[in-house]
Design a protein around this ligand. Sequence first.
Ligand SMILES: *Cc1c(COP(=O)(O)O)cnc(C)c1O
Length: 453
Amino acid sequence: MQTKKFLLSEQEIPRAWYNVIADMAVKPRPMINPATHEPIKAEDLYPLFSKAASDQEVNYTDSFIEIPESVRDLYRIWRPTPLVRALALERALDTPAHIYFKNESVSPVGSHKLNSAIAQAYFCKQEGVTNITTETGAGQWGAALSMAAKHFGLELAVYMVRVSYDQKPYRRSIMQTYGAEVISSPSMSTKAGRKIITDRPNYSGSLGTAISEAVELAMSTPNCKYVLGSVLNHVALHQTVIGLEAEKQMEMAGEMPDTVIACFGGGSNFSGLAFPFLRHNLKDGANIRFIAAEPSSCPKLTRGEFQYDFGDEAGYTPLIPMYTLGHTFTPANIHAGGLRYHGGGAIVSQLKHDNLIDAVDIPQLETFKAATLFARTEGIIPAPESSHAIAATIREALKAKVEGKQEVILFNLSGHGLIDMTAYDRYFANDLTNYDVTADEIAAATAQLEKIL
Ligand SMILES: *Cc1c(COP(=O)(O)O)cnc(C)c1O
């Protein structure tokens, strides 16, 4: 039997996160104030986020930022995560490519999201915050933050996108089990929610709307901070434990990846796996390829516009420089709820703009076909989000076969799909479709953007 699994000891959990911005020749543009277009400083973010997260958000100089010991301590519940060579999948594809995956699905909540949830909850606690609020799409971020909030004794209110609240009741149960309050978004509890319910009574919700509601609650509640699970620089930073571990594990396997792949919602799991490897391109002249796999129904990196845009539907956030479909874009109700976000983070968007990373978009049915093959070969049922990375990996592996190329592919298994079985049921019942966005739809949503760049 060939070795399949590469494991690190607890001592090898990273001691510092990797801040790729410090090594980028062209830095991401700063977030700006929507009214004045002045760059946002850390102090401007203090009312909304913890100070530590705000400072990390605008840190353009330190390549490595120390992980607090209490955070590392909690990481030890499930980290380091395994790196696995997907030999059975390779065999099924009859490909000369070597396929590895980093298994972030082994966290207690089943996804990578806990890597940042723990850090952010810890910072809030340190700074004397008592209440935190957030949004969640498919529920993974909400589940992760619920666990972290409980550990640090914080009260948490989660705005959950309505379509997921209805489709994924067990994620709601998980959050409630950890003691969080879960509210279906849009809700009547905020101005932003009431407005959208009035304008569009049957609206199934979006991450953009849920963010508006959570931000509004944080701004109007004393001693309450808002915590975000993707998109922002500090979230990408926390997720780099994934890639830092994977680097050591690829070394154990005696290989370096030629291609690194992750699915893409707002960019946190992609950044987490990719940035430590990208460092080799930026610093040592390596030539690793990076592919962000996004849904065809929400193709911001492949078909969006590089422009300043709001992070939320109502326009409460600073303007973020990113590839965006426009903050009013409403993605179809695909089952990969975590990928239904209109924009990509500032760092990833800049990297894409400078051709330092690639992106592909993948139709829903192809992702479920890939997921099913992965489950039947590697034994793990992937999250519908992660299935985009698997589908992109399969495309690469089959291309390597045609070209007879010995390619080494590494992808991130960002989460498992055991709470997404409704989606699989519908796939097996031939009840799922692809949703292709027309050029007109994208043009209509991006036409509303203020042209700053
Ligand atoms: C949230 C989520 C994603 C998408 O978010 P990113 O910030 O782009 O990583 C992908 N996979 C899983 C399992 C998720 O929970």
